[in-house]
Design a binder for this molecule. Sequence first.
Ligand code: CA
Length: 223
Amino acid sequence: MRILLVEDDAMIGDAVRTSLRHEGYAVEWVRDGRAAEAALATEHFDLTLLDLGLPGKDGIDVLQDVRRRRQALPVIVITARDGVGEKIKGLDAGADDYVVKPFDMDELLARIRSAIRRSSGNAEPAIEVMGVRLNPATREVTRDSQPVLLSAREYAVVEALMLRPGVILSRAQLAERMYAWGEEVESNTVEVHIHGARRKLGSDFIQNVRGVGYFVPKPGSKT
Ligand code: CA
């Protein structure tokens, strides 16, 4: 397993690299956004640990580029303490998980194992509804065979609905799927992400039952 560590703080970077190597991971450590960009564009990694506050190029921009290229690379974001806004930005930009500085090394290692497990094993088959195809293992979504880039939140909504086509999920049930880490949920946030997903997947793809919730049609059903 090969990990790209992107961290400009020398002490943290050195400590993380030492721990990861101790656990048997191959680690490449770069200290700025440009070097991260170059490494990710040319080499294979099984996971990236990405600090957001970086010289050269912001971590969020690095992450967005990874997702724009549709790399199914697990990315764990490293945020500063109190960086709630950063954390949300990171997840929205397509991070799989995050740790907050100062983090516990054992927790980081557990999150790495979990992210790699999710990306490689437990492969569920792809689901297709109305020309939209979703692969839960790789988190890739296509519409009429064209790749669609969803934010992490949009993806969570679409996945929740597509796993149960024809079943109406309430706003609260969808919020649960979108906010797996005990975050505060703002009142209209589910609608915002549904709007975003509809814009990308078609306005009739996610249907609303007023006052009840949302669903996607069953494959083959006429709606
Ligand atoms: Ca930093």
